[in-house]
Design a protein around this ligand. Structure first.
Ligand SMILES: [Zn+2]
Ligand SMILES: [Zn+2]
Length: 131
């Protein structure tokens, strides 16, 4: 299965090539790092093997910080429009976490299967049914 995506200004485009949609696990994260980085209530990312992801156009800017969590996190984003493309921590291993909203068909592919950091979830956010 191939999935394409891009940043908001489309300077950066990418392709994800998975043997099966089950090779991705999308989740909703309510932690404060995700709130700050996305500027919204949560971050939705699809965890995939890093080797399945290829940048087709553009080169992302990288930001590295532990942001107080104690674990080094790298975020790759478009330096022109600011869209977050992916993030991966020191403990991500062979995986990376792609920001789900950058997929070209986010309403229909790789839906979330769970949530993280529920204690930071805003009381007005509905719960995601988990699998
Ligand atoms: Zn952009
Ligand atoms: Zn988070």
């Amino acid at each position: 299965m191939k999935y394409t995506g891009s940043c908001y200004c489309r300077a950066i485009t990418y392709e994800i090539d998975l043997a099966s949609p089950d090779d991705a696990r999308t989740s909703v994260c309510h932690c404060f790092n995700c709130k700050k980085f996305t500027g919204t209530e949560n971050g939705i990312t699809a965890k995939i093997p890093r080797r399945a992801f290829t940048y087709m156009t553009g080169v992302p800017k990288k930001h590295e910080s532990d942001n107080g969590s104690g674990a080094l996190l790298t975020r790759e984003f478009c330096a022109d429009c600011g869209s977050g493309i992916m993030e991966y921590g020191a403990h991500a291993g062979e995986n990376t976490y792609v920001f789900h909203g950058t997929l070209d068909d986010p309403m229909n592919v790789l839906p979330p299967k769970g949530e993280f950091f529920m204690k930071y979830k805003a009381p007005w956010m509905p719960e995601i049914p988990s699998e």
